[in-house]
Write a protein that binds this ligand. Structure first.
Ligand code: NAD
Ligand code: UDP
Length: 312
């Protein structure tokens, strides 16, 4: 079935990708330096047939013995708090890390997929966001380190495709949630769920009128697999188009957990996008894909996961 290198494989999405690739009969080399991920996310895979782990910072030269059929570059801090705390590492893994992983794909003749993001659209002026929108990004704001690294990564991927003929894919991932997110990574899903489970106030930034569209992890991972196996070189959005305000989202989680704590409003972080919703027409048509897991079901599974973490 082919041997896949998954960078960032000990992170939230990377670990679910490792699971799916192994389940579909691939060999998996998981590469990570644990900067924001954890061995806990892949401990069930150690010793399993076809699974290898290499601890390595992918901004440095990457050596992999033997053939590689697929390279999926998922290494990068992904939560706004993480990339604000690690701005240089974020820029390096999006630029140097993308260069190194593309170089490896070229050497090995492997198919390549880069994890890009809805952040390439910045604070969008077009709604919902379609792949042909070029975005509204502040390069010198606090989020610029992430947004511009990912925009560079897309440009580098296209250059390796056009100039070196590497067989590349670009997925633009919209807010995804589920088991194995870090409880304190600052993203809204773990933040709200942990607060609700502890019956602490829910911290809504701004007036909570900004919108997001949340995709459950199994839906996203299936979409990524289909994109990798397709022939589409240009960027493809994968996410769930069901959009809501952050305040509505806080109230939904509060109700599902049964928390009685109040909602507290905090200042809106700089450049926080006001609206976000993927147009998934391209993925629907091209990959025959659309999300299947309803929000309440995905949230219940995620809440069960975090309940065990909060009790630990
Ligand atoms: P995560 O922080 O859980 O995982 C990232 C992983 O990359 C971690 O295990 C981390 O240790 C590893 N890593 C970072 N820098 C590295 C380096 N230099 N060398 C080796 N490993 C390194 O985040 P995630 O949510 O799983 O995100 C994974 C990818 O998906 C990222 O590229 C992110 O930009 C992208 N993405 C995620 C979302 C989302 O909603 N989760 C949305 C858009 C894009
Ligand atoms: N947010 C919030 N309270 C929190 C964490 C986040 O209101 O404790 C808001 C944040 O301002 C943003 C949305 O939730 O508008 C999603 O934030 P997240 O960090 O998950 O990811 P983003 O979509 O901004 O990259």
């Amino acid at each position: 079935m082919g041997r896949a290198l998954i960078t960032g494989g000990a992170g939230f999405l990377g670990s679910h990708l490792c699971d799916l690739f192994l389940a579909r009969g691939h060999e998996v080399i998981c590469m990570d330096n644990f900067i924001t991920g954890s061995p806990e996310n892949i401990k069930h895979l150690f010793g399993r047939d076809g699974f290898t782990f290499i601890k390595h910072d992918v901004t440095n030269y990457i050596y992999v013995d033997g053939h590689v059929d697929y390279v999926l570059h998922f290494a990068s801090p992904a939560s706004p708090i993480d990339y604000l705390e690690k701005p240089i590492q974020t820029l390096k893994v999006g630029s140097l890390g993308t260069h190194k992983t593309l170089g490896l794909a070229k050497d090995k003749g492997a198919r390549y997929l880069i994890a890009s993001t809805s952040e390439v659209y910045g604070d969008p002026l077009i709604h919902p966001q379609k792949e042909d929108y070029w975005g509204n990004v502040n390069p010198v704001g606090p989020r610029g380190v992430y947004d511009e690294a990912k925009r560079f990564a897309e440009a580098m991927t296209m250059a390796y495709h056009r100039f070196h003929g590497v067989n590349t894919r670009i997925v633009r991932i919209f807010n995804t949630y589920g088991e194995r997110m870090r409880i304190n990574d600052g993203r809204v899903v773990p933040a709200f769920i942990a607060q609700a489970l502890r019956n602490e106030p829910m911290t809504v930034f701004g007036d909570g009128s900004q919108t997001r569209s949340f995709c459950y992890v199994s839906d996203l991972i299936e979409g990524i697999y289909r994109l990798l196996m397709s022939e589409e070189v240009f960027p493809t959005n994968i996410g769930n188009p069901s959009e809501m305000t952050v305040l509505q989202f806080a109230e939904r989680i509060k109700a599902l957990v049964g928390s009685t704590a109040p909602i507290e409003f905090r200042p809106l972080p700089e450049d926080d996008p006001k609206i976000r919703r993927p147009d998934i027409g391209k993925a629907r048509k091209l990959l025959d894909w659309e999300p299947r897991v309803p929000l309440d079901e995905g949230l219940k599974r995620t809440i069960d996961y975090f309940r065990r973490k909060v009790l630990d």
